[in-house]
Design a protein around this ligand. Structure first.
Ligand code: FE
Ligand code: FE
Ligand code: ZN
Length: 277
């Protein structure tokens, strides 16, 4: 069975997202833990969270994926911005425990002129401050496209961050197909080679989620613009190979394509039809 979902809006609450996912033919979804550009998290509605957990159990969903806000920068040069990032991650992880045993992904950050090495060091430090042995949430590093001074744009950088984390069993990786194609990994012509590389550098056991997006920009462009499935430079054939690949097919796939709900429903249908049961 293909584990597939898309990004949904939290505005009507947790249980509503679960019902929406079902109506789209999905068995999981991604959501922002708070306003993607803002800072304030809504107070956790515990009843709503447990209603979602009941629905998820009943319908045997794949893990849900919480996404940290884009504004979070774990490796900013300004210590106040880093302290804010620490607070956001800590808060988000506390909230995620109301939705136990799920996933939380974040963009590693922008080193803003301090250099990748310093960036990696700061991200590692922040994770060591924020992770708790008792947490049930896995924290995922999202691989980035390499625009600006982004950190975490290669398998090596992702591995170097992971190497610094003490509670490594709480960590994983989220692979965004648009981002890695833009970052220079040729998943169209050499998917096997890219996955072998990932396995040697990071370890495929660390790969916990795939953001399934087509890309508006060519391979190696270091730009981050998502396209609808089959309508970008990655294309339907490569995407079909990705969802069916023996080393990936068991993973949950989350669409972050430029769509409203009917568009997501169509893409989910298309991908289910392309999946070899
Ligand atoms: Fe992301
Ligand atoms: Fe993504
Ligand atoms: Zn992106």
């Amino acid at each position: 069975m293909l584990n597939i979902g898309c990004h949904l809006s939290t505005s009507k609450g947790f249980k509503h997202m679960g019902e929406e996912a079902l109506s789209l033919g999905a068995n999981t979804f991604q959501f922002f833990t708070r306003n993607p550009r803002g800072s304030k998290a809504k107070k956790m509605d515990e009843k709503d969270a447990s209603a979602l957990m009941a629905l998820v159990q009943e319908h045997q969903f794949a893990p849900l994926l919480g996404h940290a806000p884009y504004t979070l920068n774990a490796c900013a040069s300004d210590p106040h911005i880093r302290e804010f990032a620490h607070m956001v991650i800590k808060d988000d992880l506390a909230n995620m425990e109301y939705l136990p045993n799920n996933l939380y992904t974040f963009h590693p950050g922008n080193h803003v002129g301090q250099g990748v090495e310093t960036g990696i060091e700061l991200i590692g430090q922040l994770l060591n401050q924020a992770l708790r042995p008792e947490q049930t949430t896995l924290v995922l590093l999202e691989i980035m496209s390499g625009k600006g001074s982004e950190v975490g744009t290669s398998f090596e950088e992702i591995n170097q961050i992971l190497q610094r984390v003490n509670l490594i069993e709480k960590m994983g990786v989220c692979l965004d197909t648009c981002h890695i194609y833009s970052a220079g990994y040729d998943i169209v012509n050499d998917l096997d080679g890219v996955l072998t590389q990932f396995d040697e550098i990071v370890g495929l056991d660390k790969l916990k989620a795939i953001h399934l997006n087509d890309s508006l920009n060519p391979h190696g462009s270091r730009k981050d613009r998502h396209a609808k499935i089959g309508q970008g430079t990655i294309g339907m054939e490569a995407i079909t190979n990705i969802i069916n690949h023996p080393r990936l097919r068991h993973l949950p796939f989350y669409l972050e394509t430029p769509n409203e709900l009917p568009g997501y429903a169509e893409e989910i249908k298309l991908l289910k039809a392309a999946f070899h049961g």
